[in-house]
Design a protein around this ligand. Structure first.
Ligand code: SF4
Length: 217
């Protein structure tokens, strides 16, 4: 973790935004990349300048802060990039990719939770499997990723997590149905199930504004 000094105020936040936007412009990023880059650059700029011990920390999927760690080598854009950027400047964010943390490469084969109605809790219980589209059973690694993420969240005292929906690790309202045909079903991934069992509140990226409102009450 970077050394943490100083405290955020509105002036330093404005400076974060101004500097990051200049960096985006200098990098010549395309319009489609600006949103994720802006978040990533803000985090990079703010991470070593902000300390707010009174802030709730938020575990966040690394792909939501501009890191290209998804199975296909991309990051994940969101409409709530400004809120994520502000959270970064407030010193709230603890980014992690559970799959990369246990050694999966990027890119990697897509994986889905297989079995009728099986979800993340079933994977943890051994009654459903996570299988790659090439047929490899990777359940053991997903279970390890889930438990390691719980330990990580506890270490950084994260009471909330914002995770990318749909993923067999990070999904929280839906996952794919195990047929690799693009069909979804209600459910959660293995990491989300483990976090919820440990009383961490897991939110999908579509509910970032709701979490922000809760934290700012
Ligand atoms: S495991 Fe989670 S953090 Fe990692 S790429 Fe997939 S959705 Fe993003």
């Amino acid at each position: 973790m970077p050394e943490i000094v100083g405290e955020l105020d509105s002036k330093s936040y404005d400076l974060c935004v101004e500097k990051s936007e200049k960096r985006v412009a200098l990098a010549g990023a395309s319009a489609g990349l600006v949103q994720a880059r802006r978040v990533a650059l803000l985090l990079g700029f703010c991470a070593d300048t902000v300390y707010r011990p009174d802030m709730d920390r938020i575990l966040i999927s690394a792909c939501l802060v501009g890191r290209p760690v998804r199975y296909n080598g991309t990051d994940k854009t969101t409409d709530a990039a400004d809120i994520i950027a502000r959270w970064g400047c407030e010193g709230r964010l603890v980014p992690l990719c559970p799959e990369i943390a246990v050694g999966f490469p990027t890119p990697r084969p897509p994986a889905e939770i297989c079995g009728m109605d099986g979800g993340g809790a079933d994977v943890l219980a051994g009654t459903a499997q996570v299988v790659e589209d090439i047929g490899r059973d990777v359940s053991a690694l997903y279970i390890r990723a889930a438990h390691d993420t719980v330990a990580f969240a506890k270490r950084y005292e994260c009471r909330h997590a914002v995770l990318t929906d749909g993923s067999p690790s990070c999904g929280s309202t839906f996952i794919y149905d195990g047929t690799f045909s693009g069909v979804t079903r209600p459910g959660m991934g293995a990491t989300t199930a483990a976090l919820r069992q440990a009383n961490v509140h897991v939110w999908p990226e579509t509910q970032i504004a709701a979490l922000d409102a809760l934290l700012r009450r």
